[in-house]
Ligand binder design. Structure first.
Ligand code: NAP
Length: 288
């Protein structure tokens, strides 16, 4: 620890590894007792290099955890209707337990319509309106993976949320919005900030918990972190840079996630855990 550092870093890599080990053990039990391995279908439209890499990474992790994956690579010119057909097919296929539509799918695709073609019980990436509503009402269902991972990290480090002021910077459907709802469900007082927020610094300065989910390098300044705050940096920008000025925030925060090695690894861990859970539900597998 440097002389001015006060924060403890939150180790997403180790926690994610443990979660994947647990998912793998559960997947093995399911395979042994039912004769069927959990199976995740990954769907990719086009050949965007980053998306190809993300899907490959997810499938490799699945394989290591004893989860089968089935990959459907669709040409870039695929229409929304064709994509929906594919997703409907997977939703009705009993051999597939979870479905991941890698996004963004391209500007010509109505992504929201495509997501809605994923059966809720197979929505292990938590992208459907059904999953969002279930999460909001604390009903059974799957959460969006990155927000789920953030909540698991907060739990692991015993961050009490009740009555705390949580400031979420970013309001995307897969990250900012759901993480704010999850924080609210645990009795935090939540403020959302976005591109039209007036005086972001003043609001961040009031935060006991800051969740940065923007995609702008070092947007959150260290001097705006309230001493003793918990800082979750979900941002990922080129050069392994987060949305928070990490070195400056380190001197004021109590807990902080590094980039990389904080939120990033948690996302895949939640995806695998939810795929195994979906398989258990669909196969009627229960612990003896
Ligand atoms: P997104 O859809 O582009 O949303 C960005 C959000 O940031 C929007 O709500 C936008 O506001 C807000 N914003 C933009 N400029 C702002 C500013 N100057 N001040 C305050 N808010 C501002 O991005 P996303 O998909 O949520 O991803 C956000 C970041 O998280 C990215 O760096 C991404 O790489 C990362 N990410 C990481 C993981 C992971 O596994 N670790 C997963 C998903 C995303 P408006 O709504 O007003 O436009």
């Amino acid at each position: 620890m440097s002389p001015t550092q006060t924060a403890q870093t939150m180790d997403g890599t180790s926690l994610a590894r443990r979660m994947v080990e647990e998912a793998a053990a559960e997947a093995a039990k399911i395979s042994r007792r039912t004769g069927t391995s959990p199976c995740l279908a990954t769907v990719l439209v086009g050949e965007d290099p980053a998306s190809v890499t993300y899907v490959r990474m997810k499938r490799t992790r699945c394989a290591k955890a004893g989860i089968q994956s089935r990959h459907i690579a669709l040409p870039a010119a695929t229409t929304t209707a064709e994509l929906i057909d594919t997703l409907n097919g997977l939703s009705n296929d009993p051999e597939v337990h979870g479905i991941l539509l890698q996004h963004p799918c391209g500007p010509h695709i109505d992504e929201r319509a495509a997501f809605e073609a994923i059966a809720p019980e197979k929505d292990v990436d938590g992208v459907t309106t059904h999953s969002f509503a279930a999460m909001t009402f604390a009903l059974p269902g799957f959460v969006s993976c990155t927000p789920g991972g953030i909540m698991r990290l907060l739990e692991e480090y015993d961050v009490g949320l009740a009555g705390k002021h949580a400031v979420v910077v970013g309001r995307s459907a897969i990250l900012g919005k759901p993480v704010g709802m999850l924080l609210l469900s645990q009795d935090a007082t939540v403020t959302y900030c976005h591109s039209r927020t007036a005086d972001l610094s003043a609001i961040v300065r009031e935060a006991d918990i800051v969740v940065a989910a923007v995609g702008r390098p070092r947007l959150i300044r260290g001097e705006d972190i309230k001493p003793g705050a918990v800082v979750i940096d979900a941002g990922y920008n080129s050069g392994n840079v987060g949305d928070v000025d990490f070195n400056a925030a380190l001197t004021r925060a109590r807990l902080i996630t590094p980039v990389p090695g904080g939120v990033g690894p948690m996302t895949i861990a939640v995806l695998l855990a939810q795929t195994v859970e979906a398989a258990a539900n669909q196969l009627g597998f229960q612990e003896l």
